[in-house]
Design a protein around this ligand. Structure first.
Ligand code: IPE
Ligand code: IPE
Ligand code: MG
Length: 257
């Protein structure tokens, strides 16, 4: 691509600039989803508590948002806390919940400056009140923005989401507003918490794990997957461009030829 002045300023390293020029601006993913994994191992390698890794991971989130803004990406979905992450020690869970509050209250100004609209997916009822309020404020304050949509998956589990969608469909059938014949793949999509958001084109998982861990199971039917050993706090703009170059080598056939 032919980088703009603003892109060259943000993607400042020689590594990034070379990759930026090699990318085809016409075939960038419209929706990037990320499983941000490896914060705990990153901290352990430095002899620090796990929360230190989560705090360091915030910088990578900021870099992904700014990079997507620069590249004109439509949607960025980040897996921030899974339905299963409650099984971690109480100290880690409450530390993460507090971190959300701190980061959101600090970053909402920047998100607005960057014209980013924040959306949430996941079960918000079980969150501590302060965390829920911080997210509600952020969503309300950025609702009118028209640039990147940042989808934060929080207390999210794809199976739980499918269960909720199925319950809602069953209730409508029972009430008579829907018939079994109305059920299509599109109708199911429309009942998921990701309704209205295009399916991800590209999914990145850091830290060397090669599984989906209950993330967007229905939506990733034809998503291109990218796994890297890099731990999340070390994943920045240069690494994102490496991933995007890999995306552009893929031949997306959707079952055809
Ligand atoms: C990802 O990093 C962040 C969350 C799940 C909240 P981890 O905390 O899973 O880090 P590892 O996988 O233990 O290294
Ligand atoms: C997935 O990572 C969840 C998030 C990144 C928020 P995990 O670390 O929880 O996944 P597993 O346990 O390795 O599958
Ligand atoms: Mg992990």
């Amino acid at each position: 691509m032919n980088p703009t002045a603003s892109q060259l300023e943000w993607f400042e390293s020689d590594h990034a600039r070379a990759r930026l020029e090699a990318l085809d601006a016409q075939s960038l993913p419209q929706h990037i989803a990320i499983i941000m994994d490896g914060n705990g191992r990153w901290a352990r390698a430095k002899g620090k508590p796990r929360l230190f890794g989560h705090k360091a991971g915030v910088k990578s989130v900021r870099e992904m948002i700014a990079s997507c803004v620069e590249l004109g990406t439509g949607y960025l979905t980040i897996y921030s806390f899974s339905s299963e992450n409650w099984t971690r020690p109480e100290e880690e869970v409450s530390g993460i919940m507090k971190l959300f509050v701190e980061v959101l209250s600090r970053e909402v100004v920047n998100l607005n400056k960057q014209n980013v609209r924040v959306k949430l997916i996941g079960d918000l009822d079980d969150l501590p009140q302060s965390t829920r309020e911080a997210f509600d404020n952020c969503v309300a304050s950025t609702a009118e923005n028209t640039g990147l949509t940042l989808v934060v998956a929080l207390n999210y589990g794809a199976r739980q989401d499918l269960v909720h969608a199925t319950e809602a469909i069953a209730a409508d059938i029972k009430a008579g507003s829907l018939t079994p014949e109305d059920i299509t793949a599109q109708l199911i999509s429309d009942r998921l918490s990701t309704a209205g958001i295009p399916d991800p084109d590209f999914l990145i998982r850091t830290s060397g794990e090669t599984r989906l861990s209950n993330f967007l199971l229905y939506e990733t039917a034809y998503t291109e997957l990218y796994f890297t050993d890099i731990l999340w706090p070390d994943f920045g703009r240069d690494q994102l461009l490496d991933a995007l170059l890999s995306f552009q080598t893929r031949d997306r056939r959707y079952g055809g030829l």
